[in-house]
Design a protein around this ligand. Structure first.
Ligand code: AMP
Length: 116
């Protein structure tokens, strides 16, 4: 746990979060400023600042984040219609909170991002 990390505090239940899934490895909670009808963040319980700090020993954890996202999509009733999973990394990648997180977004037809 990192003392000044807001997502670590949500995982530790030191500050409120609308948690929709949690296990030994990951926690999923609703984004406070949803960009879609369903917008959930899936985070590792241990503090990893971003994808840049992920290493070989985290491979299973990264897989668990994706399996949790799949489960939450099913729980939220959007699995069949479809959804988007996104990890923003670093300043130019649009990362604002430096605790690794997977965005699960769905519940409407999402626009296709423009990358240029
Ligand atoms: P990113 O730009 O990928 O770092 O995304 C950070 C996300 O965290 C944004 O979508 C924010 O709305 C969301 N967020 C920030 N603080 C909180 C919070 N306390 N609870 C839930 N979501 C949050």
């Amino acid at each position: 746990m990192s003392d000044d990390c807001i997502f670590c505090k949500i995982v530790a239940k030191e500050i409120p979060g609308e948690i929709v899934y949690a296990d030994e490895y990951v926690t999923a909670f609703r984004d406070i400023q949803p960009a879609a009808p369903v917008h959930v963040l899936i985070v590792p319980n241990k503090h990893i600042p971003s994808m840049n700090e992920v290493d070989e020993e985290d491979a299973v954890l990264i897989g668990r984040m994706h399996l949790a996202a799949k489960q939450v999509a099913e729980q939220e009733g959007i699995a069949e219609r479809g959804y988007r999973l996104v990890i923003n990394t670093g300043d130019e990648g649009g990362q604002v909170v430096y605790h690794l997180h997977l965005h699960l977004m769905g519940g409407k037809k999402l626009s296709i991002p423009k990358y240029n």
